[in-house]
Design a protein around this ligand. Structure first.
Ligand code: PLP
Length: 393
């Protein structure tokens, strides 16, 4: 009889996305009539801006409903190249690939560059998909544990490098911490990457969602660094288009070509009309994005003020993205021993769904998204306050 052991070994150890699983559980409870405040997933709560949806409808009516170039529709790759150009980064359309979200492109890139015997440096806490994707290649994950305020430094990177290091992963602004790597550290990290001839995967998906600081792409520092970097970005977060599944990556032509070959054999390409709509996202009216980012910033301020009133838990102010990474270490070891247990009890008792730090390889913390209405965010923090006070008394 077919059994678990008939599954390939690499799949037997694969963990499904914990965030998506918790999101499904929270939605399930909500459907059963339980008034859960679901702050698990990282997706904006705004409608996709109307001008983008209108462009998608027109694209369908105009017949953009067929297979297209596996590397991505050329007009979109031109628009992406222009967007990079505005940030001082120069890529040709041959150096750009469009995929079904940046998550899929990260998978393809790890497959193209990594194999058994290689090491990939991943700072902790981390978005779990990187770890699973690296392991699927046979390469080893070399973690670097960061402490609050979770700012990666060149010295952290230097210590983690071995002769086997193939890729250094940078996520700035970061999920789950919101930390942005300082420009002077980016420069020092680039020096190390160049000296050791290692690839840098720079996940810049939260680049536009930033609060009073600047994001510097490592690839923008010098031509040689650009030739060793793959940038990952997409329209999901900044344009509130998570379900459209459009991400893009930029890097040296030979790597992008290999990624396109692999992509052509698995998903062919991202939905053609979604790609046409993404052109409108990148080239159309930028005001809706500015408005969303402003709103995230206001919620961040209000949320931080509300958290400051709760004793025994703390939050490092995020510099980007839309998450609070809450330090609950002081309240563990009393009623609840782990962040997972704490989150399960919070969901049961206060109907607030958060993601435990274990999902980011970082116990003792929990992640709460503030990409939800201000009302939800503040109500959730109030309930967290009540829960914390009950748990320590
Ligand atoms: N990178 C990071 C750091 C993320 O948080 C996410 C989504 O949560 C992604 C990539 C994937 O985004 P998408 O596949 O929608 O482009």
């Amino acid at each position: 009889m077919a059994s678990q052991s008939t599954l390939a070994k690499r799949i037997q150890t694969l963990a499904p996305s914990p965030t998506l699983a918790l999101n499904a559980l929270a939605k399930d409870l909500k459907q059963k009539g339980i008034p859960v405040i679901n702050l698990t997933t990282g997706e904006p709560d705004f409608q996709t801006p109307t001008h983008i949806s209108t462009a998608a409808k027109k694209a369908i009516d105009d017949g953009h409903t067929f297979y297209s170039n596996p590397q991505g529709v050329l007009e979109l790759r031109n628009a992406i190249a222009k967007t990079f150009g505005n940030n001082g980064l120069f890529y040709t359309p041959e150096e750009i690939i469009v995929g079904t979200g940046s998550k899929q492109l990260l998978y393809v890139a790890f497959q193209v560059l990594c194999e058994r015997g290689d090491e990939v440096i991943i700072p902790l806490p981390t978005w779990s998909s990187y770890v699973e994707q690296v392991q699927l290649t046979g390469a080893k994950v070399k973690t670097v544990k960061l402490m609050p305020p979770f700012k990666l430094t060149a010295s952290d990177v230097q210590k983690a490098i071995t002769p086997k290091t193939k890729v250094l992963l940078l996520t700035s602004p970061n999920n789950p911490t919101g930390a942005v790597i300082d420009e002077k550290e980016v420069k020092k990290i680039a020096k190390i990457a160049l000296a050791h001839n290692i690839w840098v995967f720079s996940d810049e998906i939260y680049e536009k969602i930033i609060y009073g600081t600047t994001h510097v792409s490592i690839a923008s520092l010098q031509k040689k660094m650009q030739s060793q970097t793959i940038i990952f970005n997409g329209v999901s977060k900044a344009y509130s288009m998570t379900g459209w599944r459009i991400g893009y990556a930029a890097g040296p032509k030979h790597v992008i070509k290999a990624m396109a070959s692999l992509q052509s054999q698995i998903v062919s390409h991202a939905a053609t009309f979604s790609q046409i709509a993404a052109i409108e996202a990148l080239e159309g009216d930028p005001k809706p994005v500015a408005k969303m980012v402003k709103t995230f910033g206001e919620r961040r301020e209000k949320g931080l003020k509300a958290f400051a009133k709760i004793q025994n838990i703390s939050v490092t102010p995020p510099e980007g993205a839309f998450y609070f990474f809450i330090d609950i270490r002081k309240v563990l070891g009393k009623k609840y021993n782990t962040a997972t247990d704490w989150c399960a009890a919070l969901l049961k008792e206060e109907q607030v769904a958060l993601v435990p730090g274990e999902a980011f390889l970082y116990p003792g913390f929990v992640r709460m998204t503030f990409a939800s209405s201000t009302e939800n965010v503040l109500e959730a923090i109030e309930r967290i306050g009540k829960f914390v006070n009950r748990a320590v008394t």
